[in-house]
Design a protein around this ligand. Structure first.
Ligand SMILES: [Zn+2]
Ligand SMILES: [Zn+2]
Length: 483
């Protein structure tokens, strides 16, 4: 989860803890408080030891539920998703015993998030649905559920559904004024447009996330929000070809991930660094990064990151193959393996890419039958993805282009969307070509820059400020060098 410290300033947690003290909750609740202090000081190992100790002596089930939530998050941060699932299941049991819809919603959300990272996307969606059954529709938990649903659909290449879910999460973030949720929505949107090859838009959303991460009242530049925002900046700038800046953001994210023991962000940062080297045509260095990312991600069971790193490695092999530095065997074997992984996760966009790569490799081998076979499969997947602009009927998302999303979550070429919005004619109404809903003059979530007139707000990306933030966290690190 690229999420935040949402779980210690959430509604329920604090009153419960205070109640516990009043009741004389004994050693258990004292341990919980001690653990929280340690965790805030970035002494995660010590905090978890305290919490595990407290778990044995805590009696009150509501307190136990909260404590299991802390443990869940701590293990998520370490990338130990299977342990996290255990804590989530224990939370679910308590919520059933107490028959509490709010607790059930939280437990199901936690299970959804852990399954998402493990690449069990259908199960993640199931848990998310269960969570929403039990939740009021305008609270932090519901916001995080929509966010999770958005991210799962993004992996499944259901871009319209992903947008819809992000939009819901964004609405909640605004109505309950939750900047950490808002930040995570921007990270999701940035990733969405990155995958659909609109690098400018991707960078704009990443910059919003990064700005929020620096202005958040979390007062903690070592938070996972900050790491997520840094990583997204690195990914978006890499896509735009701004490799020097991308490199700086990425190495800062790597460093902070190591300091805080955040395995998931670490593996992801190494993978993105691989992308940066690959863009610089330093294929050998890129390949080593991907190998290391694959290893780290495999160790934590983070299948999504593992799959992305494999794709990076496959792209390196392809580059070497086309330069006649290696023969066709290894790329053939590697891409076949990747196709299996992507297929089992349900990552359709990647499945399409790998199929067309395989088609080319078979072509070089002179195997026309297999070449045609994979070419047809790739085209079939392309149709299945429905990446076709409802206005001009040309594809989008497969080549670099500017895109725009309508409020109904349908995506069009930016030029096609503006054509619709410019309509003044009564007869030619402003309707979404896909669902025929009326399109207001306001474009998707952020309409202050609908015509792409302003380029990136470079003040927000200033590297001087990045370095200033590095200094601050460096001091933090000295203070917590025991971690
Ligand atoms: Zn179009
Ligand atoms: Zn529509």
């Amino acid at each position: 989860m690229k999420g935040g410290e949402w779980w210690w300033n959430r509604g329920g947690a604090r009153p419960r803890r205070e109640k516990a003290r009043g009741r004389g909750g004994g050693g258990g609740s004292w341990g919980v408080e001690q653990g929280l202090k340690l965790y805030r000081a970035h002494k995660q190992q010590a905090a978890v030891r305290k919490w595990r100790g407290a778990l044995k002596s805590i009696r009150h089930r509501e307190d136990k539920f909260a404590l299991l939530g802390y443990l869940y998050q701590a293990y998520m941060d370490w990338g130990k998703y299977r342990d996290s699932i255990e804590f989530g299941n224990k939370q679910l049991c308590i919520s059933e015993e107490l028959d509490s819809p709010n607790m059930r919603a939280e437990a199901y959300l936690n299970l959804a998030r852990a399954h998402e990272r493990l690449g069990a996307l259908d199960r993640a969606l199931d848990y998310a649905r269960h969570s929403l059954y039990n939740e009021c529709d305008q609270c932090a938990t519901a916001g995080l559920v929509h966010l999770t649903v958005g991210r799962v659909h993004l992996e499944l290449a259901g871009f319209c559904k992903a947008l819809e879910a992000f939009q819901r999460a964004h609405k909640i973030a605004h109505s309950i004024q939750d900047p950490s949720l808002e930040l995570q929505v921007y990270v999701g949107l940035s990733e969405l447009f990155c995958r659909l090859q609109d690098a400018d838009k991707s960078a704009r959303y990443a910059a919003r996330a990064y700005d929020l991460s620096r202005s958040l009242q979390l007062g903690d530049l070592n938070s996972r929000h900050h790491r997520a925002a840094l990583l997204q900046m690195a990914a978006a700038l890499r896509k735009k070809g701004e490799l020097g800046d991308a490199h700086d953001y990425c190495s800062e994210a790597t460093r902070l991930s190591l300091v805080s023991g955040d395995q998931a962000s670490y593996a992801r940062s190494i993978r993105i660094m691989g992308d940066i080297y690959r863009k610089k045509s330093d294929i050998n260095k890129a390949f080593r990064q991907y190998e290391s990312a694959m290893g780290s991600a495999a160790a934590t069971g983070d299948r999504l990151c593992q799959m992305e790193a494999m794709d990076g490695a496959a792209r390196c092999l392809e580059a070497l193959r086309l330069q006649h530095k290696i023969c066709n065997c290894r790329p053939l074997e590697f891409n076949t393996r990747l196709l299996e992984v992507a297929g089992s996760v349900g990552a359709k966009l990647l499945v399409r890419t790998v199929r067309s790569r395989l088609s080319k490799i078979y072509g070089s081998l002179g195997d026309e039958e297999q070449k045609g076979h994979y070419e047809r499969l790739a085209t079939a997947m392309e149709e299945d993805l429905e990446l076709r602009c409802g206005s001009c009927n040309e594809p989008f998302g497969l080549e670099a282009d500017s895109l725009e999303a309508l409020p109904c979550s349908h995506i069009l070429h930016a030029r096609c969307a503006y054509d619709i919005l410019k309509r003044r004619d009564k007869k030619k109404k402003r309707l979404c070509p896909d669902c025929h809903k009326s399109v207001s003059s306001r474009l998707y979530l952020h309409c202050e820059d609908p015509h792409g007139m302003n380029t990136l707000n470079h003040s927000s990306l200033s590297l001087a400020s990045l370095r200033a933030s590095s200094l601050a966290t460096l001091e933090d690190c000295h203070a917590t060098s025991s971690v």
